[in-house]
Write a protein that binds this ligand. Structure first.
Ligand code: AMP
Ligand code: MG
Length: 411
């Protein structure tokens, strides 16, 4: 069956990104599963997490010092009688203390404030003399005591389904006593490299052959983004072989193809997808590297046709495919984040495309600077080894002078 020719749809970078985000909004994650607390790192929460009690559960001292009545410190220095000491872990019920006017109790960070006391004076402003303490600095009522429930009330929602679990989320879940969590199932992502010149890792490549690196860089990107990669066999540049593997890949939650989307006679990916009645949402974006990137849907599954040049493959995954993966994993696409740094040396580029060039960012604080990793085009893997970020150049800026600010996307 001859496929109907598809009119090419080349979008600006922003438009292409918005198209992916638009589809991502309508995507629902698969099932859920329970995992241990630490295994939830990098996963997406599928349950609500609520406070199981008030936070803090008692009036918590924030400093080491003396629990006092603030009114007793109206005239300084003040001398108060020390009637006890309260360690962290002392139980509120067992506290023998009720701080009366003129009295104070030694108290440690994290200990419950005794009744009667309404502030804690830091130890730095006190001097113990026998059973009395001289205080040289006043406090306002409430100083250095965290009120019961001021951080969260019992039953209050702390995390919603869809939260991307990182170390802070894990700490929060631990603080309410959760040893396991319901998370969304990882999306299964089929990875299909194409090309007659591509050989598997175990094989010794002939002089005319190239090792399959894209399947592995993509698998690493998929895993880092929270998906479950499944590397398929390499597809030859031949319709029926390619078609069989694409059909296999379309059984996963998402299909990522590498190669075969340019204008060459044997770039068959779009043709074969068209035979499978695919819809194409775009067939190119005004970017470099990665201009021929394709996004579409076939058999109710989304796919990306990523250009085969290794840096193009990596960049287009980060810019487009990752957003869809987030959605399939149960969370809103994480926004692309650009920081800014000064260019170390003058930088000149051709205008007309948004560029994501391998760069090297160094320094810290006010001295962050970035330079081009010096690449020989989008197939230059060695340049990636010298880089740690992408320098992002707008389509209308032919030149950046040394010291000018430029956008950087970290990897
Ligand atoms: P294509 O997009 O198929 O025209 O391929 C563009 C360039 O990327 C060619 O030089 C390919 O050899 C190279 N390439 C394609 N697929 C891979 C792959 N899986 N691993 C490494 N290089 C690849
Ligand atoms: Mg090819």
């Amino acid at each position: 069956m001859a496929a109907a020719p598809q009119p090419p749809t080349i979008l600006s970078f922003e438009d292409a990104r918005h198209v992916v985000e638009g589809h991502a909004r309508d995507v629902r994650p698969g099932g859920t599963e329970s995992v241990s607390l630490l295994a939830s790192r990098g996963r997406v929460l599928a349950q609500e997490v609520a406070a199981d009690r008030d936070f803090p559960p008692f009036r918590r001292a924030m400093r080491d010092g003396y629990a006092v009545r603030a009114a007793d410190l109206a005239h300084l220095p003040a001398t108060l009688k020390v009637v006890g000491e309260i360690k962290a872990g002392a139980s509120v019920e067992d506290l023998p203390l009720e701080i009366a006017p003129g009295q104070a109790a030694g108290i440690m960070t994290g200990a419950p404030a005794p009744n009667g006391a309404d502030a804690v004076v830091m130890i730095e402003y006190t001097m113990l003399q026998g059973d009395r303490v001289a205080i040289t600095k006043g406090v306002a009522s409430g100083d250095n005591i965290v009120p019961v429930g001021s951080e969260a009330h019992k039953g209050q929602m702390l995390m919603q389904p869809g939260t991307h679990m990182d170390y802070a989320g894990i700490g929060l879940a631990a603080s309410v006593g959760l040893e396991s969590l319901m998370v969304y199932r990882r999306p299964k992502v089929a990875i299909l490299s194409t090309g007659d010149e591509i050989v598997e890792l175990g094989a010794q490549p002939g002089p005319h052959q190239i090792r399959n690196s894209n399947s592995y860089s993509l698998a690493a990107q998929v895993a880092a983004a929270g998906g479950e990669p499944n590397i398929l066999s390499i597809a030859r540049d031949e319709r029926s072989h390619l078609r069989a593997l694409i059909e296999q890949g379309l059984q996963s939650d998402l299909l990522l193809l590498s190669g075969g989307v340019s204008m060459g006679k044997y770039d068959l990916v779009e043709q074969v997808l068209a035979e499978l009645a695919a819809e194409f949402f775009f067939t190119g974006a005004q970017i470099q590297p990665g201009r021929p990137v394709v996004f579409g849907r076939a058999r109710d599954r989304y796919f990306f046709g990523l250009p085969g040049n290794p840096i193009s493959t990596m960049v287009t995954f980060e810019l487009f495919a990752k957003a869809m993966l987030d959605a399939l994993a149960g969370t809103a696409p994480r926004p692309l984040q650009f920081l800014h740094a000064r260019v170390k040396t003058e930088l000149t580029v051709k205008t007309g495309l948004r560029r994501f060039l391998p760069g090297f960012l160094s320094g810290e604080f006010e001295n962050v600077e970035v330079k081009l990793a010096g690449w020989h085009g989008s197939g230059d893997m060695a340049a990636m080894g010298r880089s740690n970020c992408y320098i992002v150049i707008p389509e209308d800026r032919p030149k950046f002078a040394a010291g000018e600010w430029v956008a950087v996307m970290m990897r």
